[in-house]
Design a protein around this ligand. Structure first.
Ligand code: SIN
Ligand code: MN
Length: 203
């Protein structure tokens, strides 16, 4: 199969339609099983602000946020170990970022119609030389890319279901966020909304 031509925005690499409809549906099916074991929860920031996104994780460690701050931990907030990262995602990682170490964490974000994510860097990982790869499923989302420091001019791009994005190299620490999702733009998730899966080498 021909590799999807990549588009690069400020060093962030976007593979449009990297997953076809069947691959997206299969991934959603594995996520349905996964959330039986590790249900979505709504994190709060260290300041006590509820995030609008719901989250869970797979892998040896998962990213959590609560009054104690942000961190990776080996257990879901309810106490159970995180489920394994779906095989299809591990295979995709190997194809897309073959030079990277295997991921040990997959953050799963769910955005309903009003959810967003403020501008931030992904910097809680031990080795910032390792890339971050994200997969979008469901409704379109407006992804904003900033700079290596907070503020300044930004560029926005709509991420669609099946798109895969890589933040690595000089763009590993770029500020990014989700301004909004476009309700009804995809029929992948029967109830609507958007899933974003972020694979990382956390430890
Ligand atoms: C994130 O930065 O954690 C999520 C990005 C996205 O939802 O596309
Ligand atoms: Mn992020």
């Amino acid at each position: 199969m021909e590799p999807t031509p990549a588009l690069t925005i400020r060093g962030v690499v976007l593979y449009r339609d990297r997953l076809d409809t069947a691959a997206q549906a299969a991934l959603v099916a594995s996520l349905r099983e996964l959330v039986q074991v590790a249900p979505f929860f709504r994190p709060v920031t260290a300041r006590g602000q509820q995030m609008s996104v719901r989250m869970t994780s797979a892998g040896a460690v998962g990213w959590v946020s609560d009054r104690a701050g942000y961190r990776y931990q080996e257990r879901h907030p309810a106490g159970q170990a995180w489920p394994d990262i779906p095989e299809s995602l591990l295979a995709l990682w190997k194809q897309v970022v073959p030079e990277a170490r295997p991921p040990d964490s997959c953050l799963i974000n769910f955005y309903d119609a009003g959810a967003r994510m403020g501008m931030h860097q992904d910097r809680d990982e031990a080795d910032l030389e390792q890339p971050v790869m994200s997969v979008s499923l469901g409704d379109d989302a407006l992804f904003r890319i900033g700079n290596l420091t907070r503020g300044g001019r930004t560029e926005s791009i709509w991420l669609n279901s099946g798109d895969v994005l890589v933040m690595g190299g000089a763009a590993r620490l770029v500020y990014h966020g989700i301004d909004r999702v476009r309700p009804g733009s995809s029929s992948l998730l029967p109830q609507g909304g958007r899933l974003n899966l972020t694979l990382r080498v956390a430890r």
